[in-house]
Design a protein around this ligand. Structure first.
Ligand code: SF4
Length: 146
């Protein structure tokens, strides 16, 4: 049975980023070639449009540059991803690094000044809680370059 991997849709070239672009990644494509892929963008699933204003995590809350708290909306998208996984066995997630939703180890600190701090985005945290390992595209690049 092939390994089933949940993947940030932007890493697959879907134009779902906050700025309307994507993070298409050839190492991720190569890594997934023999695997079953579930593409998701939790921010789009939350009902947010593309493009949308950037957000960051500040003390566990999702805020935009005006300081508006959007946690409930973004959490809904994460909950929808988790619902989609019900009944499926997911072996691994490959999520976009540094995103307030997808980031697996580092996130921006909520000051909108490009400053990274250790931490997980909302989806990465929810998957970790479920025991699903989360890699980012840099982890996959180093795996593929071994
Ligand atoms: Fe990519 Fe995740 Fe941001 Fe969606 S929420 S654009 S999948 S990093």
């Amino acid at each position: 049975k092939p390994c089933t991997v949940l993947v940030s849709a932007c890493l697959l070239g879907h134009n779902v980023k906050y700025n309307g672009g994507n993070n298409d990644n050839s190492a991720v494509h190569a890594f997934l070639r023999d695997k079953q892929v579930i593409p998701v963008c939790p921010e789009v699933l939350s009902g947010m449009p593309v493009p949308r204003p950037p957000v960051e995590l500040c003390k566990g809350r999702v805020i935009n540059e005006k300081g508006m708290d959007l946690t409930a909306i973004y959490q809904k998208g994460v909950d929808r991803v988790i619902q989609q996984l019900r009944g499926k066995s997911v072996d691994l997630a490959v999520l976009k690094a540094k995103s307030p939703t997808c980031g697996n180890r580092e996130i921006y600190d909520g000051t909108f000044s490009h400053h990274l701090v250790p931490g997980q985005g909302l989806l990465a945290a929810a998957l970790t809680k479920l025991g699903i390992p989360v890699l980012n595209e840099k982890d996959v690049e180093s795996l593929m370059n071994r």
